[in-house]
Ligand binder design. Structure first.
Ligand SMILES: C[S@@+](CC[C@H](N)C(=O)[O-])C[C@H]1O[C@@H](n2cnc3c(N)ncnc32)[C@H](O)[C@@H]1O
Length: 284
């Protein structure tokens, strides 16, 4: 369900500010996050059928790792346009591209709902874990359809339902009263968790050949404290929800998190938590 139009601009501004604040955390977590989440990136890259010379645009790119896989494949002659609404996220992506010595990447500050490119100008679009966070996901996908050339490809990733993603602390926070319960379909990690609804959204804006596939992997961390700190630094909603807690309430929450994670904790204290993404691929 999109955010009502009269609230959408405020929603976008608040969201952008929160992601600017989370960018340093994403930069610090980038390596381990991508090591765990790379099966999703690889599935998306397969789906767009990248070729030398292609122009590929990544929306809501964050640290940029999925698009950077495409950047390797479209050389020579191809360009990756790495975009995000948060300038600080683009800085993280720029630093990573420099480490990888990629010289075919443009970095553009761009809201995913308004793709600032001409009609039929792109060969492929990628968006991992971005579309479901938007005020109006359908607008973004309509824009994607407009800017892809005939035969161009899109691959997007969302999260499957929360019970398949116990890494997310959202339900625990609601249970503890730290976060208010929200309807499933307001913008957030699980807003496009229904594979049929996700496929319908793509068909509805004019894509063909729509396929949605579940991709399972695990998030890992050396111990629960490392995992919790990573969550605190990377999740804008968790940061917001916990920032006003008293020390006592914070300790209580940490105990509850440890109890929740016990089932995923090995004898040496390391954790491995299941995750399930949905990868939707389609042709223009
Ligand atoms: C969950 S992170 C995913 C980052 C990256 N795609 C990945 O998979 O590692 C969500 C990203 O979406 C970006 N974002 C949020 N709202 C956006 C919008 N309206 N337009 C473009 N990017 C947005 C955030 O700045 C953040 O980088």
């Amino acid at each position: 369900m999109p955010i009502p139009p009269e609230q959408a601009d405020q929603f976008r501004a608040d969201s952008r500010a929160r992601w600017e604040g989370a960018a340093a955390g994403w930069g610090a977590a980038r390596e381990s996050f991508q090591r765990d989440a790379s099966p999703v990136s690889y599935r998306m890259i397969d789906a767009i059928r990248a070729q030398p010379g292609h122009t590929v645009l990544e929306l809501a790119a964050g640290p940029g790792d999925t698009g950077f896989l495409a950047a390797e494949l479209i050389r020579p002659g191809g360009t990756l346009i790495c975009t995000d609404t948060a300038e600080a996220m683009l800085d993280v992506a720029r630093a990573r591209a420099a480490e990888l010595r990629l010289d075919n990447v443009e970095f553009v500050l761009m809201d995913a709902e308004w793709i600032d490119r001409g009609a039929a100008s792109l060969d492929a679009i990628l968006c991992r874990w971005g579309v479901m966070l938007l005020a109006d996901p359908e607008s973004a996908l309509r824009e994607a359809r407009r800017t892809l050339r005939p035969g161009g490809r899109i691959a997007i990733a969302t999260w499957a339902a929360p019970d398949r993603n116990p890494w997310s602390m959202g339900r625990l926070l609601v249970r503890l009263g730290v976060l208010p319960a929200a309807p499933d379909d307001v913008p957030g990690p699980f807003a496009l968790a229904d594979p049929d609804a996700l496929a319908e959204l793509l068909w509805g804006v004019g894509f063909d050949d729509v396929e949605v596939e579940a991709v399972d992997f695990s998030f890992t961390a050396p111990d629960t404290e490392a995992w919790w700190q990573q969550q605190l630094h990377c999740s804008p909603s968790l940061r917001g929800a916990t920032s006003g807690l008293s020390p006592a309430a914070h300790y209580e929450l940490r105990d509850a998190v440890d109890a929740e994670l016990a089932q995923f904790t090995a004898g040496d204290g390391s954790i491995s938590i299941p995750a399930r993404a949905l990868v939707a691929a389609a042709g223009a």
